[in-house]
Design a protein around this ligand. Structure first.
Ligand code: FES
Ligand code: FES
Length: 166
């Protein structure tokens, strides 16, 4: 069935089954491979995109549920990778293997729109659904502060029970 999607500012039509997850549409139909497949069951955040500005796991969102909501993927965050978060990621050398990082960036970008000056607690809460097997969590937090223009935050330990630290 045809669905008209607004992705990264462009309208495109895809002819796919109603229950196809948005992630499959992005990667396999539209060749937007920046959004990653991790777990497929809403547990890792690798597939995070923005749907109407909200960080959303595309692996569990059927294409039929998107409707007219605009979608932004990592490719659309900034056409030339100049988003303040992308610059901060580079300056602080956040990525290790890199696999989780598109999803991390999309969650962080949604956070800064609703909370331009986040605290450590804001960041930890917003990023809780994004897993990094390389445990880059502290650098991610520092880079979000950097992008937000926050003065150097105290090195607060990651919360007890969190996913790990370097
Ligand atoms: S692939 Fe969607 S949350 Fe893991
Ligand atoms: S940088 Fe390797 S999984 Fe996050």
């Amino acid at each position: 069935m045809p669905y008209q999607l607004k992705i990264n500012g462009k309208t495109t039509t895809v002819d796919v089954p109603a229950d196809m997850p948005l992630l499959w549409v992005l990667r396999d139909v539209l060749d937007l491979k920046g959004t990653k497949f991790g777990c497929g069951v809403a547990q890792c955040g690798a597939c995070m995109v923005h749907v109407a500005g909200t960080a959303t796991r595309s692996c569990i969102l059927p294409v039929s549920a998107v409707g007219a909501s605009p979608i932004t993927t990592i490719e659309g965050l900034a056409p030339d990778a100049s988003h303040p978060l992308q610059r901060a990621w580079q300056e602080l050398d956040v990525s290790q293997c890199g696999y989780c990082q598109p999803g991390q960036l999309m969650s962080a970008a949604a956070l800064l729109v609703r909370t331009p000056k986040p605290t450590d607690a804001d960041i930890d809460a917003a990023m809780d659904g994004n897993i990094c097997r390389c445990t880059t969590y502290l650098r991610i937090r520092q880079a979000i502060h950097h992008a937000a223009g926050n003065s150097a935050p105290a090195a607060t330990p990651m919360p007890k029970g969190s996913k790990g630290v370097l």
